[in-house]
Design a binder for this molecule. Structure first.
Ligand code: AMP
Ligand code: GLY
Length: 432
């Protein structure tokens, strides 16, 4: 098959790697990812968030299948333009990706269709209503309705304390967007649960826990994600019934989207909070998680191209995974996320990496005169895969040592100590 992939991060690097196993890969990137370029038979560099630019790239080319990956590309309607070109598309149309780019739409969809896992929320269109909502809910999450790369949410106790501080952020968002979403604060443990959806049926992937906060011990600002782990089965702080409930919520959401006239074909990613009262939906994403894609695609068995094809023909079957544990650690530039050092050279000892079994996925880096340089964003995802979680963690950690430059990573991701904290936290909540 000739498969077209759109995107250029570490998430897309592993998608590209899996697609290139049995397909001829073509890619469109907004910035050249040297590793993805190497896997591609042909690549184009253009503003991939502009459907017209994407259309220009592919004019005169035929593809059997296309997959647009990043949130902003989906929100721009790139799947729609690919479909208009007569290509089978395994990523959601703009109207379906709305479940991610319009958080008010998502909450309303859940409410109107009685999807489980709902929370108290208010979409504020008049700023005076915000204060009332904050007073009513007590602790809250304040968020812009649209896409913010995971960095737009401010939570009581984590990012601010007083109502006035909350209102300062409300005002800031309101000035930009003319609306703001206020939600009750959820307390519990978060996890990501993704599925392939053909518009009607779903095939679920193993649950993963991402780490959004910048610094060790889960402190500091939110980031795009600093790393993630999966046991390949249940996460240590979850119970079997949590996964049953998460599956039910994803399935109900896919049904709701169909009923709404916006069938969801692609990868649907539920961000869940396991609370003392059961699962609640933090958000839905219309794509693979980044870094979560590295956890699930490292253990996905079979042909990813075939799985994506089954999204388009409505014939999804169960997805199979090897059940191995995976740990991803993101290497980020010094000073990330607030004041990242840019344009720093890095060297990668690929021979040793290969020997220890660590894999490296290129995120935001560029190549100049044969050397690799960082930008201001996350640079590489380092992946370890093993039967046991502690071994996967060791491999990823050791792998990080063989990339040298002005970069750092969270050493605590996937470690026993941090996971034990999560297990204890959940135990306390469930016993309350
Ligand atoms: P989002 O961009 O919606 O994924 O939010 C980013 C992060 O903010 C989430 O991963 C949570 O850690 C946090 N967050 C979002 N909504 C809530 C909420 N209602 N309660 C507590 N934390 C939240
Ligand atoms: N891992 C967070 C995200 O992809 O949104």
């Amino acid at each position: 098959m000739k498969v077209l992939l759109i995107g250029n991060g570490a998430r897309e690097h592993i998608i590209a790697e899996r697609l290139a196993e049995d397909s001829e890969l073509y890619t469109i990137m907004s910035k050249k990812n040297p590793a993805i370029a190497q896997l591609s038979k042909k690549h184009w560099i253009c503003d991939s968030e502009n459907p017209d630019e994407v259309a220009k790239c592919i004019t005169g080319h035929d593809f059997d299948l296309a997959f647009a990956s990043p949130d902003a590309v989906l929100a721009a309607g790139v799947s729609d333009i690919l479909e208009k070109h007569g290509i089978l598309v395994a990523s959601p149309l703009k109207s379906a990706a709305r479940i991610e780019w319009d958080k008010a739409f998502m909450r309303r969809l859940m409410l109107e269709n009685k999807v489980s896992g709902q929370i108290k929320y208010q979409l504020v269109n008049h700023i005076e209503d915000a204060r009332k909502a904050i007073m009513e809910f007590g602790e809250v999450a304040i968020k812009p309705v649209g896409l913010t790369g995971g960095k737009g949410v401010r939570v009581t106790g984590d990012h601010f304390t007083t109502i006035e501080e909350g209102m300062t952020y409300v005002t800031e968002v309101f000035k930009k967007d003319g609306q703001v979403l206020i939600e009750e604060k959820l307390i519990g443990e978060e996890f990501s649960f993704q599925c392939f959806s053909d518009g009607t049926r779903i095939a679920v992937m193993p649950p993963v826990q991402d780490h959004k906060r910048a610094f060790e011990g889960d402190i500091g600002p939110n980031t795009g994600g600093m790393g993630s782990y999966s046991t390949g089965k249940l996460l240590p702080f979850l119970e079997e019934k949590d996964i049953e409930q998460a599956t039910k919520i994803l399935q109900e959401t896919v049904h709701a989207m169909k009923k709404n006239g916006t069938p969801f074909k692609g990868v649907l990613y539920g961000q869940f909070m396991a609370t003392k009262n059961g699962l609640r939906v933090v958000e839905f994403n219309s794509r693979f998680g980044d870094p979560e894609a590295m956890n699930v695609l490292a253990t996905f068995e079979g042909s990813l191209a075939d799985m994506l094809l089954s999204i388009t023909d409505g014939k999804i079957e169960r997805a199979k995974f090897s059940n191995k544990a995976t740990v991803v650690k993101y290497l980020v530039p010094e000073g990330y996320p607030d004041k990242p050092l840019k344009d720093q050279p890095v060297t990668i000892d690929s021979t040793v990496m290969e020997r220890i079994g660590a894999k490296i996925y290129y995120a935001s880096v560029y190549e100049k005169e044969g050397a690799i340089y960082t930008t201001g964003s996350r640079a590489f995802g380092i992946l370890g895969v093993a039967d046991k979680l502690e071994d996967a963690e060791q491999i990823a950690e050791e792998g990080c040592r063989y990339v040298q430059g002005k970069i750092w990573h969270r050493k605590d991701i996937g470690t026993k100590e941090l996971i034990e904290k999560r297990v204890q936290h959940m135990k306390e909540l469930r016993n309350m």
